[in-house]
Ligand binder design. Structure first.
Ligand SMILES: [Zn+2]
Length: 404
């Protein structure tokens, strides 16, 4: 993993290797600036005296994980410097808010049922996202800002959409190419798999090779548009041949209606999936750096053709146009979003009744939840490791503790 390097004024320089960092520290030319991720600060160098190369921070946003990759752009290839994955806490936020809503609902229907219902006077600003989604953007953005403090990033890249709608709706692009593994065709295939739930549209069989199937056969004037395409297993595809779909599904009117409705459904559902990604893209633009974009299908295509295993961070490396990747065999730093505590000062029982109240301050006896401490336990026989010692007990015996 590359080590981030700052100059003596705290400005970012090019990251260096672990070995180089160790030598710099041994020779007294650098100080440790931060432990995770490891950042050192040179004591005798200024940014003006150093050569910087173009660095790109690539992002693959996901619902549970966001992959981040710091790469150096070289001629015809990217060289990976640092891999990170951000673990989001969207599910935890959602659960907490749903629980709070449930408690309120109970209070209003039980304790306050005599009250008139309030006029629906709440408005949501344009571009509002649910807190669990907004958190994904906020945490990703704060890590982008943080990494920018440690490395002279010149460009950002983000997977903006899952599918490139424009390329797919244009029949020129989505023509016969999909059979030859071209990127545009790959995109169509991925889209169809997502849309039709990875099973045969006619018999519903899963986990078998699926073929792209024209609902109205091409020989009967059917088009190559995605609205005329579905997925079918080989037996179904061959049995249907070039029959009109109405004839093929004569005995199953409800299946026919379902397939027709689904095929004609616009790409709206996929657009909704993209709302968070697009919001992230807009937020990244505000950093002032150029932001390159890519599609999900493109990422997968790059990853497959470069023979790189699937992880969130390596997906980030493959975002956008990538021809070759070097030194991607690196450990990944996992960053877990933990939140910063609670606004809610009342602890509730499972039924939603007050159980106790939290204090306004977070620090007690000079310590706070999450602090790392070194415990000196001269006597006794602790049956647990020092790091796992419960915080409350730590605070009670501050005399035995010292902050690092
Ligand atoms: Zn089938």
């Amino acid at each position: 993993m590359a080590v981030f390097v700052l100059d003596k004024a705290g400005k970012s320089l090019m990251p260096c290797s672990e070995k180089r960092a160790r030598l710099l520290l041994e020779r007294g030319r650098a100080r440790v600036h931060r432990l995770t991720p490891f950042v050192i600060r040179l004591v005798d160098r200024q940014r003006a005296d150093s050569a910087l190369q173009p660095l790109t921070l690539k992002t693959d946003p996901g619902s549970r994980y966001t992959g981040l990759a710091l790469v150096r752009q070289q001629v015809g290839r990217v060289s990976v410097l640092s891999l990170m994955e951000l673990v989001h806490r969207g599910a935890a936020i959602r659960k907490a808010l749903e629980q709070r809503a449930g408690f309120r609902r109970r209070r209003r229907s039980k304790n306050l049922r005599h009250r008139k219902p309030r006029f629906n006077n709440r408005t949501r600003r344009k571009g509002w996202l649910a807190p669990s989604l907004q958190h994904r953007i906020d945490t990703t953005l704060s890590w982008v800002r943080r990494i920018r403090r440690w490395a002279p990033i010149t460009e950002l890249a983000v997977e903006r959409v899952k599918f490139d709608m424009q390329a797919m709706q244009n029949p020129e692009i989505s023509g016969v190419e999909y059979q030859q593994g071209e990127l545009a065709g790959y995109e169509v295939r991925e889209y169809l798999l997502e849309k039709w739930g990875r099973c045969c549209a006619y018999c519903g069989t899963e986990n078998i090779p699926l073929e792209i199937e024209h609902i109205q056969a091409r020989s009967n004037g059917g088009s190559d548009r995605v609205s005329n395409l579905t997925l079918a297993c080989r037996p179904c595809n061959q049995r249907k041949g070039n029959q009109p779909v109405e004839v093929f599904l004569k005995g199953k009117p409800e299946l026919l209606a379902r397939i027709k409705a689904k095929a004609k459904a616009p790409l709206r559902d996929a657009a909704a999936v993209n709302a968070t990604r697009n919001a992230l893209f807009v937020a990244l633009l505000e950093t002032g750096l150029p932001v390159a974009t890519g599609t999900g299908a493109q990422t997968k295509y790059n990853r497959r053709s470069l023979n790189i295993p699937k992880t969130h961070a390596l997906d980030a490396v493959c975002v956008g146009e990538v021809e070759a990747v070097s030194s991607w065999q690196r450990p990944t730093l996992t960053i877990k979003a933990t939140g910063r505590g609670d606004y809610q000062r009342t602890r509730l029982t499972v039924q939603g009744f007050p159980r106790g109240y939290l204090t306004r301050q977070k620090r007690h006896f000079g310590f706070q939840t999450g602090d790392q401490v070194i415990a000196t336990v001269p006597s006794g026989k602790p049956a647990f490791t020092v790091a796992a010692w419960p915080f409350a007990k730590q605070a009670a015996s501050t005399s035995r503790l010292r902050a690092p």
